[in-house]
Design a protein around this ligand. Structure first.
Ligand code: NAI
Length: 247
């Protein structure tokens, strides 16, 4: 089974690091031209641009800012052509006891993890819908289903991503496929001890697989969902999670 995305244009948000970077690399390796969204990470993106070659372009934009998102989508389409594949990947994590969570912290997590999916999807769907084709892949989390003490804003946002994925899948089917991915623990900066307390880091790895995923293992799911092999998938949230959650 060979996935061929030649002729397709993909936009990946938050692609300077981690899972987004691996998704951008995998889409490019499958033949897509890739628009690399980042948020002020020009240094990191420069190396990725070199590695991906002529088909890739970088776009610096805060995906929580509606004007910046609209401008980015217009620029991507002007430089690479209409967007066939949107991967809403950008995200942040916040570990904090619920009673200490400030309104600003709540708003920021919801903005980056959920509002960005609304903004980017709406901007891209405005041109996908008239063309009558395309696909959107939203990166949620296993924590959307499990919940977790001291991660309330993140879990609420990711559960919102799952609901939004299913709603858009119904609203834009059959021409446009909207699906999601709910990864388990994945070895990126988000899972580092800068982001997680040691106790949670240990619990994260106590799953049947006994290890965190590599970002490329999550990227493989994204490439599949973007491909014609997934043409009967609508509103599905696939779970490469090492057995952390078995539904
Ligand atoms: P990461 O921290 O390496 O990647 C997140 C990316 O989002 C960063 O490049 C960051 O610059 C970007 N970003 C943050 N705010 C942004 C903004 N306002 N505008 C544009 N870009 C912005 O972490 P990772 O793990 O690669 O996360 C990617 C996605 O995977 C996130 O949505 C995360 O919630 C999700 N995820 C990660 C898991 C893990 O264990 N690492 C597990 C489940 C889901």
């Amino acid at each position: 089974m060979k996935i061929d995305l030649a002729g397709k244009v993909a936009l990946v948000t938050g692609s300077a690091t981690g899972i987004g970077r691996a998704i951008a690399e995998a889409l490019s390796a499958s033949g897509a031209r890739v628009a690399l969204n980042h948020f002020g990470q020009s240094g990191l993106i420069a190396g990725l641009l070199d590695a991906l070659g002529d088909g890739a372009r970088a776009f610096d934009a805060d995906v929580t800012d509606a004007t910046a998102v609209q401008h980015m989508v217009a620029q991507v389409e002007a430089q690479l052509g209409p967007i066939d594949i949107l991967v809403n990947n950008a995200g942040i994590l916040l570990e904090k006891p619920f009673l200490e969570l400030t309104e600003n912290e709540w708003d920021r997590v919801i903005a980056v993890d959920l509002k960005s999916v609304f903004l980017c999807s709406q901007a891209v769907l405005r041109s996908m819908q008239p063309r009558g084709c395309g696909c959107i892949i939203n990166v949620a989390s296993e924590l959307a289903y499990l919940g977790r003490a001291e991660f309330s804003a993140y879990c609420a946002a990711k559960a919102g991503v799952v609901g939004l994925t299913k709603s858009l899948a119904r609203e834009f089917a059959p021409a446009i496929r909207v699906n999601g991915i709910a990864p388990g623990p994945t070895d990126t900066a988000m899972l580092s001890l800068d982001q997680l307390s040691p106790a949670w880091r240990i619990k994260e790895l106590a799953i049947p697989a006994g290890r965190a995923a590599g970002p490329e293992e999550i990227a493989a799911t994204a490439v599949f969902l973007a491909s014609d092999f997934a043409r009967f998938y609508y509103g599905q949230v696939l779970s490469p999670n090492g057995g952390a959650l078995m539904l």
